[in-house]
Design a binder for this molecule. Structure first.
Ligand code: ADP
Ligand code: MG
Length: 240
């Protein structure tokens, strides 16, 4: 579903990604861990071209994202993205937050968009909040709305960038529970997270990044439980 080949990204003189190769298979859940500044967000952003790679190739499904002639809007429609900040429209109800892009981008009818929005609100356990405004919800509820909004577009894969990092600790569990059901339903997911128990229990594979390279990757029990690389061990000692 995702293939990245020898990806490099620099900002001016700062080389942030220094040759990344990796794949995510359909229905696979891959967690990316690593210290702040190691290039995790940049990697995610290169996959849907929110950042333009300096060199290397990125494929999503059978489409080369880094091809000059790519229809990037068509690629982005297949990719759901959930960020640390929820980015909901504050002046729209929860239901309208879930329907606006369905109507404008996918040209769905109001009734179809409403139906799909309600299905996805139910999936994240927020059916009763459809008429609320974002400010009336907790951070955890807002993030679940953001997930439901992404799902309403019918993506083939979901990218998550530290979706629980901005939340109070007691709200993290509900968001992770929603992500876990998505994984169980077979969604392809690439998740940047500091939640090691989530990575250990849900991920098929864990990738440890440091200094713009993949230092170690493999089975979660191995990478988190018995890391081979000294840098992985040092990082895990700090976060566990
Ligand atoms: P992570 O998500 O692992 O914390 P990032 O990918 O956000 O790391 O950032 C990696 C490095 O790239 C950091 O040093 C950051 O300051 C730098 N960086 C990220 N985005 C930009 C940008 N738009 N312009 C300049 N530097 C950036
Ligand atoms: Mg980041």
């Amino acid at each position: 579903m995702i293939e990245v080949r020898d990806l490099h990204k620099s900002f001016g003189d700062l080389e942030v990604l220094r040759g990344i190769d990796f794949r995510v298979e359909a229905r696979e859940v891959v967690c990316v861990i690593g210290p702040s500044g190691s290039g995790k967000s940049t990697l995610l952003r290169c996959i849907n071209l929110l950042e333009q790679p300096t060199s290397g190739r990125v494929f999503v499904g059978d489409v080369e994202v880094t091809d000059d002639d790519v229809d990037i809007d068509a690629v982005r429609r297949r990719i759901g993205m959930v960020f640390q900040a929820f980015n909901l429209f504050p002046h729209l109800t929860v239901l309208r937050n879930l329907t606006i892009a369905q109507r404008r981008v996918l040209k769905r009818s109001r009734s179809e968009a409403d139906r799909i929005a309600r299905e996805n609100l139910e999936r994240v356990g927020l059916s009763e909040k459809e008429n609320s405004y974002p400010a009336q919800l907790s951070g955890g509820q807002q993030q679940r709305v953001a997930i439901a909004r992404a799902l309403s577009m019918g993506p083939d894969l979901m990218l998550f960038d530290e979706p629980t990092s901005a939340l109070d600790p007691e709200l993290v569990g509900d968001v992770l529970a929603v992500m876990r059901t998505l994984a169980d339903d077979g969604m392809t997911m690439l998740v940047v997270t500091h939640e090691m128990s989530f990575a250990r229990e849900v991920a098929d594979r864990v990738v440890f990044m440091d200094g713009g390279v993949i230092v170690e990757e493999g089975d979660p029990a191995q990478v988190i439980g018995k890391p081979r690389n000294e840098r992985t061990r040092t990082f895990l000692r700090r976060v566990l």
